[in-house]
Structure formats: structure tokens, C-alpha cells
Design a protein around this ligand. Sequence first.
Ligand code: ADP
Ligand code: ADP
Ligand code: MG
Length: 487
Amino acid sequence: MLKRILVANRGEIAARILRACREMNIETVAIFSEADRGSLFTTLATRAVCVGGARSSESYLNQDAVITAALGTGCDGLHPGFGFLSENAGFAARVRDAGLTFIGPKPEVIALLGNKDAARALMRKAGVPVVPGSDGLVASAEQAARWAERIGYPVLVKAANGGGGRGMRRVDGAEDLARAFDEASAEALACFGDGSVYLERLIESPRHIEFQILADTHGTCLHLGERDCSVQRNHQKLLEEAPAAALSSELRGRMAQAALNAARSAGYTNAGTVEFIVDAGRAGAGAAGAAAAAGAADRKPAATDDGFYFIEMNTRIQVEHPVTEMVTGVNIVREQIRIASGLPLQLAQEDVHIQGHAIECRINAEDPEEDFRPCPGTIGHLHLPNGFGVRVDTVIHPGYEVGPFYDSMIAKVIVHGRTRNEAILRMRRALEETLVTGIPTTIGMHYLLMYDPDFLNNHIDTGFIERKLSALLGGVRGLTPDQGALP
Ligand code: ADP
Ligand code: ADP
Ligand code: MG
């Protein structure tokens, strides 16, 4: 078993990992930037080391400083968390070459799956359904236009090395393609240092459903069920649930097999997530979604009959992993550390039982009234919810400063209930207890979502927030006690 782990991250996910290590009697080293000096997560570690300035490039992304800190403190393992260096294959290789254990898959596997175009090719070969799209990268706007004709509009131009919903452009017709191609390439180059893009057919109003994988180094590869992450803005998740209540057990079973097939064909080890989009109508999409899908079906035949499509595999712990932990009872971070230590998984697929329903709301320091603009500032009063079936992952406190340097997510509120309805009732009361003053947050929007009739009936898709936002925000004054009756 690993003896001393450096946690190469910050905030709530650093705290999450440090707590798992503490329970496993593993020593820890936290790293922090000058902006995070004294932050709660640093106090949860055996010791903490400053690795540089507030800017990520000077600290959390500074590979030399991070590796030097790990070696200098006698660590034998490194957990990258999510974001930052977590999906950087070059960094994972440097960690390995320095004689440390990287808690994640092999660098070669990160590289393969990090390139979405290469991952698509691998999945096609393995028989995993992928979204119809270009065979390989698209080098010019002219080439993109030829592919788009074959695929059929609307299409998405996507960054091969993208993440966080960036480097993606919707195109509805040939006249807009050249500009979208240029914009997506430029954004990809600026965000990821690589401007290469490919094309996918845009699936109208789909659900985003993903499977949590655990694979050890002894040949066991299993899944912990799925999450529905269809509540998104700008292609980024806002709320996640487990299980995906809209899936038939038949479709769930086929998707689980495809997810396992995807992980096995990549030689995957450790925890990872296989992301799919599911056709509207196949998984109880909203009325608008179903209508859009019906319209699309009139225009062109479905490329496959599967009803779901692989979009990417994330080679790290995921923001929304707690909903899976709540319904399976499996501590995913603990399993990551055990797998990286070379230990076999102690559970088999038949030991995984999904119990009840869990929902996570991402509390972001953002203004939903201004297109979710990040809003740095200082937290005044703070009260966090607790009680039966409630989990809060955060490091904030009264007086906490939300800086402009990092991601705007400041807390995750997660609830567990026996049914989806019970989880919704619990989330309502948890959010009623939650108080954050001094900065705008997404709390109010989440609360209103818990009363939205379409959400309550599970008629959601990835376009849901965009369609609903103004009505949701306006609803704050119109909410009456008889509203929000559960189905
Ligand atoms: P997940 O795929 O785990 O649900 P998201 O899709 O929300 O997470 O984001 C993808 C990844 O990008 C996550 O690892 C998240 O931490 C990271 N990320 C998103 N925005 C930022 C940011 N502004 N700074 C650093 N990391 C970010
Ligand atoms: P990222 O790496 O930024 O997470 P993904 O490929 O996972 O990129 O896509 C992010 C989101 O964008 C998905 O959850 C989905 O909402 C949307 N999306 C991606 N590809 C498609 C597609 N072909 N059709 C419709 N929506 C898509
Ligand atoms: Mg994704």
C-alpha cells in the first residue's frame, strides 16, 4: 500500500482525497498556492507545501514544483484530483519516471483517451457506438464542409483535446461552418494548446448519461452504475443524479456492457468515466427534446439503432462521483488508492447494488442572471445544510475569499433518498437551510429547479436549462405552496 501521498489539487476535491487517506492511515502532503495559504484542505494533510503563486500556471500547473514537492517530502504516490494536471499524460509519465505512483491510469492510456478523435476510432473498432462524425481530424474549413454534407446538419465542431465544454461550436447550415471551424480551432488552441478539431453530428436535445468504471491491475473491470448529468449550461454540468431513472433496464444493460467494453479495449485501470449521449425519446426526454428528435428522424435515418453514443472517457475522478458513492456505498477515492497500490478490487460486479437515489447540486460562485458569469468575492454569512441523508463537500467558511484564479465551484450539496422523489424533497430542505451571503451563487436556481414540473417528472435533456432559465429565475417570486407537487 502507498505510504505517503501528495495531493496535487486544491479546494473540496483536495479535502475529499485527504480525508480518504486519513481513514486509510496514509500520510499526506497537500500543496497550495499563495492564494490558498491556510485554506481548510491544507490543514487536513500531514504537512503542506507552498508550490508557487496564485496563478495556476505558477503553482497547481507547475509540473516541476509539484514533482519537486513530492520528492522532497518523501512521497511514494500522487493523486491529481480533477482539472489541473489530472488528464495530462506527459505529467503522469514524469511522475512515473520520478519513481512515484500516479493514482490514475497509465500515461499511454491517458494520452489515447485524452485525444477524443483517437478514442472514437478505438471505440468504433471495439464495437462501441459513437456519434456519426468525421473519420479523423478535420484539417480545413473545406474538408469540414465535405464531412458535414455527409453527416448531415446540424453538426458540432469539437476540439480533439477539449474539456469543460470548451472548443465546441454548433453549426446549423453550410453558411456558418467556416466561421465555427475557425472559432472552435482558435478556442481549442488558446485553452488546450492544440487547435485540432473533428466533427460530430449534433444529437438534438439528448440526455448525458455516464458510467463509473473501476478497473484493477489484476483483470477485474466493473461498473458502479450510471449518472444522469443532463442538467447543463454551456455544455457544463450543474446537477447530477444516480441512477438515471429514465433508462429502461434493457437500455441500461446495453450501455453498461458498452462502457465495460470501452474501458477494457483501452486497457483501462483505476477509476474512470465513460460518457454517452442518449437520443431524446429513448430515455424520456422533455417534450421539446422528443419533438426535436422526431423532426430529426424525418430528415435523415438514424445512423445506428443503439439509441446511445459514446462521446468520451474521462481518465480521472469526476466532480459528481459522490452521487455514485451514495447509491453504491463504495468509496471511490479509496478504491483508486488501492488499485494504484496494486491491490485487487475486493468487490465483484454482482456485489454492486444500487440503493435509492442521489442528487448533487454544484454550488458555484456565479450569477445565473448573467449567463453564469463567475463572481469572485468574500463570503459573509454562511450556513451549510446537514442532517439525515445530506453530504456537503466544500472548504468554504465565513470570510472565505473566492478568488478569480480557479474554478468557480465552491461547494457540492449531495442528498440521498429511498426514491427520486424523496431525494428531491430532501434537496429542497437542504437548500432551504443553505445560506451564503456576499457573492451570487447558483443556490437559488437549484432550489427553483426542485419545483420545476419538467424536472419533477424527469423530463430533462441537455438543452433544458437554456430553455428554462428565464422562467426559472422569474419563478422566484411566483412560487406558491401548492406548486411542486411530486409525480
Ligand atoms: P466533470 O467532467 O468531472 O463532471 P466538468 O465537465 O465540469 O467536470 O469539467 C471538466 C474538468 O474541467 C473538471 O476536471 C473540472 O475540474 C475542470 N475545469 C473546468 N473548468 C475549470 C477551470 N476554470 N479551472 C480549472 N479546471 C476547470
Ligand atoms: P467535454 O470534454 O468538454 O466534457 P464532451 O464531448 O464530453 O466534452 O461534451 C460535453 C457536452 O456537450 C455533453 O455532455 C453534451 O451535453 C454536449 N455534446 C457533446 N457532443 C454532442 C453531440 N454530438 N450532440 C449533442 N450534444 C453533444
Ligand atoms: Mg465530457
